[in-house]
Every structure is written in C-alpha cells, then in structure tokens.
Design a protein around this ligand. Structure first.
Ligand SMILES: [Mn+2]
Length: 373
C-alpha cells in the first residue's frame, strides 16, 4: 500500500519499554490493519451499544481514524440517545459526527459492522441479515455474544480507549501533534479512559501508559471545557438539600433529599459520594422519594462496615425473599416501594412519614439515632 509518510507521534522509548517486548508476538494492531484493509472502499458502520458514553465515543473516533487511514469509509452510529449532560457536552464540543438510527433499513447501505466498547450488538435495533461484525474491541467481562474475524477483548483493562491508544501508539494510524482533528481524538480517548476508570482510581498500568501517550497530544483548552462533569440543576438542588438535612451521629451521617425525578436518581448517589468525603464521617446514607419508592445510597470508608449486611439489617427483605438493599465493598443501595401511598396529594405529609420510617429502620444499626417522635 503506497502511503505518504506523515509525522507519526510514536511512543517514547520509555513507554515502549514499559509495555514489554512485543517483537516475538504478532501485534493486535497488525491483525486489525489486515482485517480492515480487506474491507477497503466498502462502507462500514461503527455501532455504539446503549447510551453513548465517553469510552464508546473515544473508541469510535479512533476506530474511524484507523478506517480512514486504510481507505474504509466509516460512519459512527447509535440508537439510544446521548443521555447524560456531560456526554452531550463532549459530543458538541468535539463536534463528533454521530448518526442516530431508528430503522433497520438505515443499516442496509453498510457492508461491514464494527463494535467498540461492547461485545454485543445493540438489542433495540434488528440488524439486516447481511450485516455481521467485522471487528470487536472491548473490555467488558463475560463471554462475547457475537463473533467477528477480528476480536480484541481485554477484561483486565480499564477502558476500551486504552486499547485504541495502543493501536495508535503502534502506528496503525497517525496522530499528528499539529493536527486539530487528531488532538480532538486524543482528547476524547483520554477522557474515555478517565471516566471509565473513575478518574484513574481503577486504572491499570496499561491505562496509565495510554494516558501518558495521549496527554501531550490533547487539546487542553477543550478538555477544560467538557472535562468537568456537568450536574443537572435538579441534581445539584438535591445535593444542597442533603447538606441542609444532614444529621451526624458519631462517624455516621444521614440525609434525606425529598422528591427526585427518576432521570436524576443519580443525584442521591452523588450526594452520598460527596458527603462520605467529609473528614469526620466514615459512613453515610442519603435517601429520597423516586417514583413511588424510597430510594437510597450508602457509602462507607470503614473497613468494618459491610454495606449489604448493613442494609439487610436495616430494611430486611421483601415478601419474595429478596433484600431491599444490596452492595459491594464500599457502596450500597436500597429501594423500598411505598405502594399506593405514593398516590397521596399530601406530599409534605408523605415525606415526613418516609423520614420517620427510614430513621426507625436505620436505628436498628445505628442505635444512637434518636427514635423518631
Ligand atoms: Mn468502557
């Protein structure tokens, strides 16, 4: 293949050394190049599953860049809307060309399918008979639901963007330091790694190496604008109410936020995440009323608090034997349906009842919580 030789920003010797000696093994990026080169000139669709998130968007942009380099016309598509405000900001500021599909017919024009950050095709849209995955690059656990000629699935890695950064580092497509377009792709990849690894707290060595490669290529001014996670107005109000309502008993905090709409349910978890950072607190429960149920989040820094056990002791189990709450190492959540009580017009009265019930139940674990009056 005759190619001009653009200035490729390749890995520094230090980073290459850290990635280990790959000379004896066939590199995944070479196999990807081979697979995609065979599709030269034939339209390919990169189909994002679920609501597009930064890891999927960054990976799709890198995949498209690789396709362009190899002469494969590629389109990035999704079915479900870009729902979170920070992801909408990412798409807008990076000017990402995304096509939203609603009909199977819209996929007829494509000869090939690539999946990024997923090992299954989007369940809400049936694929045309002829459209089979050509490439799958993913980091999710569990056996892939579909197969493809090229598959690179690495469950131990924090983000699919890390895998794409490696391909680019291998030189499969150029990332030019002077190109604005390439800076956007680097910025999206780094943001994908950042969000999928919870701000690098869950990052592996490979994720850090990929970030180190991408960082100097990023558009810093741009990432400053979308890098801050935006918070919906209602969510911020809920966090404000949590701080006002908060009651601290020794190292335990309890806060009720009142009514929260289902689309901003994350506000309850965000409030709990924020409050548990307070120096003198090691466990917090934040709860609210969401669509006919009491919905709450628990966060703890204490090694002796088991969230699942804590919530089971407080709230018990439903008639079918399933506990109302569950959790993992440092986090837990609970949902208790309130049935037809939700139909009352007395919103304030209902909220007072909810507060009393939650307090009473939590007093089973935190004895010092005053019995409700
Ligand atoms: Mn991911």
């Amino acid at each position: 293949m005759a190619k001009s030789a653009p200035r490729v920003v390749s890995s520094t010797p230090e980073l290459t050394a850290l990635r280990g000696d790959e000379s004896k093994t066939v590199r995944k990026s070479d196999l990807l190049r081979e697979t995609l080169s065979a599709a030269k000139g034939e339209p390919l669709v990169i189909l994002i599953s679920g609501h597009p998130d930064p890891d999927a968007i960054g990976s799709a942009l890198a995949h498209k860049l690789i396709c362009q380099e190899l002469g494969v016309p590629a389109t990035i598509a999704h079915v479900l809307p870009v729902s979170r405000p920070e992801n909408r900001a990412l798409v807008k500021l990076l000017d990402v060309d995304l096509v939203q599909l609603s009909e199977t017919e819209e996929l007829e024009q494509f000869r090939h399918l690539s999946l990024v950050d997923t090992s299954s095709t989007e369940p809400s849209l049936e694929l045309p008979e002829h459209l089979k995955p050509l490439t799958i690059v993913d980091h999710h656990r569990g056996a892939p639901l579909v197969e493809a000629p090229f598959m690179d699935i690495r469950p131990t890695i924090g983000a699919t963007c890390t895998i794409y950064a490696e391909y680019l580092q291998d030189g499969i497509a150029p990332l030019r330091a002077e190109s604005k377009e390439d800076a956007r792709i680097a910025t999206a990849l780094l943001f994908g790694i950042e969000t999928d690894t919870d701000d690098f707290s869950a990052a592996t060595q490979q994720d850090f190496l990929a970030a180190a490669f991408l960082k100097p290529l990023c558009d810093v001014a741009l990432s400053d604008r979308f890098g801050h996670r935006t918070v919906a107005a209602e969510a911020m109000d809920a966090i404000g109410r949590a701080l006002v309502d908060m009651e601290v008993v020794r190292d335990f905090a309890l806060a009720g936020v009142g009514r929260v709409s289902p689309r901003n349910r994350d506000a309850i978890a965000s409030a709990a995440d924020f409050i548990v950072r307070r120096e003198d607190i090691d466990t917090v429960v934040v709860y609210g009323l969401v669509d006919g149920r009491i919905d709450g989040s628990l966060r703890t820094k204490s090694a002796s608090v088991d969230p699942a056990q804590f919530l089971r002791t407080a709230f018990g189990e439903a008639d079918n034997g399933r506990p109302y709450g569950g959790g993992r190492a440092e986090k837990g959540g609970f949902q208790v349906p309130i049935g037809m009580l939700a139909d009352t017009d007395d919103t304030e009265g209902l909220w007072r009842v909810v507060q009393r019930v939650v307090r009473k139940r939590l007093a089973r674990v935190i004895q010092e919580l005053d019995p409700p009056t």
